[in-house]
Design a protein around this ligand. Structure first.
Ligand code: SF4
Length: 508
């Protein structure tokens, strides 16, 4: 098995940088379905360009390269201990090469291991089969969508949908609720893996297992096939849309499995994956470890690019902003405006926001831009840094801190994804600031809008959590929360909740 290590490195890199054909086809359908001039259409155009860019330069599709989860089948008697060690080394190697972001953090100290290794990372499951070759499947699922996983214990009363009983009707209600609940926070359009039954633990495991199915397959159980088809037919009428911007496509896949349960329990577990649905596999020769077959993709078939033109199309109505930005300019913006920001922005996510809640910032944030982003950065030979992937992270995690930080330090712009809540909205109005929604997962697209890295503060938090000093060049984003108390996220959530209620009335 002398090629095992190299084959696993190849698998990791391909999975992180090139979406499989079934996901591309589903996203192409989304592009063709949404109006190109709408917010949803513009988001999909950036996503499509990002998918193409990532594949062409072998860069990470999304800066959050997720929790690596391996499902492995081995011949009887194969040395799984040795394979596990090799897989861990392959993960560290892919991280060294910048194809995976260091993502494994000590849960007590917050320290990043720097190489994606640590207790519980990566996740590796082995199973034996009566074949001589080895099958390795890999799923890279990021934190934004992982946070949107949800588990229901039936019977349950669901907002807008009423009671979900221990029936397939009840399960349907849960799945509609799960997609509505995720809104844009999990980088819609997403795909859901579902388990009906099991216990709290095995239910989530099976739900994630369902994400290893191809998006275009048909469930072997006709009852579940019908459920999957019905969810796909119904859920897209909710109007959540790409990035939660509203639109016709909220979900690109629904895969449902079933496990026996205890009589007293009835769980419905949902694993929500984002549009950056990174999942591939290989079959390896059992004696050499050489790749004999790719799963989910045929390398002899050329990849069709997602975009047939230059990508994000400007309308001429975009508002150009140069940081630092004054209050009057900010107050002139309104929800729906597309802006192009140039100048200095500082990244800040969980550790930085927690730090700023009790410490002065290490830089002057007055009139400034905070970008909710944990980029992939590579150290250069001259000692400088280069950002290689830099999409937004889910903003709602910073809700407890954001309004205070805006008010205390004079921040004018917050960029992120998925929107924020009422406290931040009030802070924007009071202090004269805006929230801009960038397109989640578009890590390559946005890396190209970063001219250079001018410095870094708080690097002791690890590279994703540090405060990077970025020089932006016409970074596009949409005003989704303005300084006048308007929030596109709040409005769309309310509208889709109403549709949820209508669906409940019509179907159940
Ligand atoms: S596309 Fe969005 S949800 Fe998915 S991994 Fe990237 S940031 Fe997270």
């Amino acid at each position: 098995m002398q090629r095992f290590f190299d084959s696993v490195v190849d698998l990791i890199i391909k999975t992180s940088t090139d979406l499989p054909p079934d996901v591309r086809a589903a996203m192409k359908h989304a592009v063709d379905t949404e109006d190109a001039a709408s917010r949803a259409g513009q988001a999909l155009s950036i996503i499509s360009q990002n998918i193409d860019q990532a594949a062409s330069i072998e860069g990470a599709i999304c800066q959050d390269t997720g929790m690596p989860t391996f499902e492995i089948k081995t011949p009887v008697g194969a040395n799984q201990i040795w394979m596990k060690k090799q897989i861990k080394e392959a993960i560290a190697e892919a991280t060294r090469r910048g194809k995976l972001r260091p993502n494994s953090v000590d849960s007590l100290t917050g320290e990043n291991s720097g190489n994606n290794l640590g207790p519980g990372t990566p996740v590796i499951h082995f199973e034996q089969w009566e074949r001589d070759d080895v099958e390795v499947k890999l799923l890279l699922k990021g934190g934004g969508c992982e946070n949107m996983n949800i588990q229901y214990s039936l019977p349950i009363e669901l907002p807008n949908l009423g009671r979900a009983d221990r029936t397939l009707e009840g399960v349907r209600k849960c799945l509609l609720h799960a997609v509505w609940n995720a809104q844009g926070k999990g980088c819609a359009p997403g795909a859901i893996g579902v388990c009906i039954g099991g216990d709290r633990t095995s239910g989530y495991v099976e739900a994630k297992q369902q994400l290893f199915r191809s998006l275009d397959d048909v469930n072997a159980d006709p009852r579940l096939a019908e459920l999957e088809a019905e969810i796909m037919g119904t859920v897209n009428t909710l109007g959540v849309g790409p990035m939660g911007f509203g639109g016709r496509i909220s979900l690109i896949g629904c895969k449902v499995g079933v496990q026996n349960r205890l009589p007293a329990s009835f769980f419905v577990s949902v694993a929500y994956d984002c549009w950056a649905f990174r999942r591939l596999g290989v079959v390896l020769d059992g004696s050499t470890g050489t790749i004999t077959q790719w799963l989910y993709r045929d390398p002899s078939v050329a990849t069709i690019p997602m975009m047939d033109q230059a990508g994000f199309k400007r309308t001429g109505r975009e508002v150009k902003l140069q940081a630092p930005i004054d209050e009057a300019t900010i107050r002139s913006l309104k929800v729906g405006d597309v802006v192009l920001i140039s100048g200095r922005a500082y990244t800040g996510r969980d550790a930085v926001h927690h730090h700023l809640s009790s410490h002065a910032p290490p830089v002057d944030l007055s009139g400034g831009v905070i970008y909710h982003c944990g980029p992939v950065v590579a150290k250069q030979a001259d000692g400088g840094w280069k950002v290689t992937a830099a999409g937004p992270t889910t903003s709602i995690r910073e809700e407890p801190y954001q309004a205070d930080i805006i008010g205390k330090y004079g921040v004018r712009v917050v960029i992120g994804k998925g929107g924020m809540g009422g406290k931040t909205l009030a802070g924007l109005q009071q202090h004269g600031a805006v929230y801009l929604n960038a397109i989640g997962g578009a890590a390559q697209f946005y890396a190209k809008c970063i001219e250079r890295v001018d410095g870094v503060s708080l690097l002791e938090f690890g590279t994703p959590e540090a405060m990077w000093h970025l020089q932006l060049q016409e970074f596009p984003a949409i005003v989704t929360m303005d300084a006048h108390g308007n929030s596109l996220h709040r409005d769309l959530e309310q509208e889709s909740a109403q549709k949820l209620g209508e669906l409940a009335g019509a179907r159940f």
